[in-house]
Design a protein around this ligand. Structure first.
Ligand code: NDP
Length: 511
């Protein structure tokens, strides 16, 4: 193994560890309630091993109640028949309260996910911006008209809310992923049953508290806590659900599609990725190295957009990989409550073992471990971390180059030509995002056109804007979030044909 002397950052904490855990219950039909069988589940912080959350653990009946409440709220029009302005005003009030409670939400997100506090703060701000952006869309639900169908006919294409939406979110970005879905569904006029990951329920409960506070009509948003089975399963199977909006692993995404097949409900999926950054010799190599380090260590690599594949041109492969190794040594890993930390803890022990397994397997298969490669514990024995890890000499057929490792582990591969870089990029189950670094417009544009990925970053990595759609090709997903497209996903199109004047009788034989 390459590294044995890694030092974690443990500076002043932005907040004290809580003396009592945050307690969360289901929010169903406008009421807070325990699970039918009174079961609860506990969450300990991955970075401190402290009890930070205590949540109702939903039963199938709790999940059904959430769906029934959303169904009733949709069918009686208490939300869908409000004007766009009224919906806009509610969503803006939620954004204001997110901004007001910004620090409390950020700290809970850190405690449950292990991500650094500076990153959590940015995500909470980003979430508030998404609520505001979606609010403007509520005012802009619009269709199309056809005015040249003949004097006696006007064609209208209207967008209506799709109905009841089940939203299921993962543990790595619980608050901002909910913001990529929920306000867009609400802007469209849908009602919702929402299940966060059992590992990071807290900030979604806080969000439900804000929805309650702004007086959202009962049943419009129902939050039901608990595990994938039974809660997620009810949300994907139920006859009363019109659409499932799921973010998580490709494996569970496929299960969601299978579960929804019985009722042919619409499914939108944001799934995994195995995203490459391609580096040409003519690039700004300093900027590229920084982006590679950012791309792979952000959120400890536990990120669908992690750039876990480095594709570097053979002429600069050694020099560039060494530059990345040197930079990696400087990235502050450590207590996520320390605002100096750039990278925090790993979500669970089982996940840590999985990351370690990929690194060990790659070395057995002939790859070279250049940096890191081991799980780490804080000196006081609390918390789980994984060293920043760089593995070079990786070939495209190795598991570490093909699977979503979901840890701070970079696999370095080489290429000789643009065609080869594109071929390696596309030889992958996933197609979420990809990036190219070059000063040649020909290289950049050819790559952007031919990479089979939902987002291509050119001389940058992982920027995101509410206006720009996000989603994946291939097994990275179905559909798009954000932008106008994000609103449209939560609508059905209806065609209305309006006839004017006298009708030409069908039964009269025509000459
Ligand atoms: P999982 O797929 O394990 O879980 C996602 C959610 O699905 C959780 O709330 C989980 O519940 C729930 N779930 C589990 N089983 C079922 C089921 N049978 N029916 C319905 N719901 C179920 O993903 P992770 O939480 O581990 O998140 C990591 C994954 O998410 C990675 O693959 C990552 O790439 C992907 N992701 C994709 C993003 C994108 O935008 N493309 C963004 C962020 C993450 P519970 O865990 O409580 O049991």
């Amino acid at each position: 193994m390459a590294s044995t002397d890694w030092k974690l950052t443990f500076g002043a904490r932005a907040a004290d560890l809580p003396s009592t855990p945050y307690v969360g219950r289901h929010f169903i039909d406008g009421k807070w309630r325990d699970s039918g069988d009174s079961q609860t589940m506990a969450r300990r912080s991955p970075a401190h091993d402290a009890l930070v959350g205590q949540y109702a653990k939903g039963t199938a009946d709790d999940a059904r109640d959430a769906v029934v409440a959303a169904r009733q709220a949709f069918d009686d029009g208490r939300w869908s028949r409000l004007s766009g302005k009224q919906r806009h005003d509610y969503l803006c009030q939620v954004a204001e309260r997110i901004e007001r409670d910004h620090e409390t939400i950020a700290v809970q997100e850190v405690l449950e996910s292990g991500k650094p506090i500076t990153q959590a703060r940015a995500e909470v701000s980003g979430a508030a911006a998404l609520w505001r952006y979606a609010a403007t869309l509520a005012w802009n639900v619009r269709g199309d008209s056809y005015n040249a169908l003949g004097d006696d006919m006007l064609g209208l294409v209207m967008r209506e809310p799709i109905g009841v939406v089940s939203i299921i979110t993962p543990w790595n970005f619980p608050f901002i992923i909910a913001a990529q879905k929920l306000p867009f569904a609400l802007a469209a006029g849908c009602t919702v049953a929402l299940k966060p990951s059992e590992l990071t329920s807290g900030t979604t409960v806080m969000l439900a508290g804000l929805l309650d506070e702004v007086g959202l009509p009962d049943g419009v948003v129902n939050v039901v806590l608990g595990e994938g089975d039974p809660v997620g399963a009810v949300l994907t199977h139920s006859d009363d659900v019109d659409m499932v909006s799921f973010t998580g692993s490709t494996q569970v995404g496929k299960e969601a599609v299978a579960a929804s097949a019985g009722t042919l409900k619409k499914v939108s999926l944001e799934l995994g990725g195995k995203n490459p950054q391609v580096i040409f010799p003519d690039a700004d190599l300093e900027a590229a190295a920084d982006a590679v380090v950012f791309g792979v260590y952000f959120n400890g690599g536990q990120c669908c957009n992690s750039s876990s594949r480095l594709l570097v041109h053979r002429d600069i492969a050694e020099e560039f990989t060494q530059r990345v190794v040197e930079l990696s040594r400087q990235v502050p890993f450590g207590d996520p409550l320390d605002s100096q930390a750039r990278v925090g803890a790993i979500i669970s022990e089982a996940h840590e073992r999985k990351i370690q397994g990929y690194v060990e397997q790659a070395v057995t298969q002939g790859a070279t471990l250049r940096l890191g490669g081991r799980a780490l514990q804080a000196p006081n024995g609390e918390g789980r971390y994984f060293e920043p890890t760089v593995v070079s000499g990786v070939s495209p057929d190795m598991e570490i180059a093909r699977d979503e490792v979901f840890g701070p582990v970079l696999s370095a591969l080489t290429f000789d030509t643009l065609d080869e870089a594109i071929s390696i990029t596309n030889d992958c189950l996933y197609g979420l995002s990809a990036g190219i670094w070059s000063r040649s417009i020909d290289n950049c544009l050819a790559y952007a056109r031919r990479a089979r990925a939902g987002t291509v970053w050119v001389n940058t990595w992982m920027d995101g804007y509410p206006e720009l759609p996000f989603g994946g090709f291939k097994q990275s997903g179905l559909g798009r979030e954000l932008g106008h497209f994000g609103l449209d996903e939560f609508t059905e199109q209806k065609t209305v044909q309006l006839h004017m004047g006298a009708r030409t009788n069908w039964w009269v034989p025509q000459a």
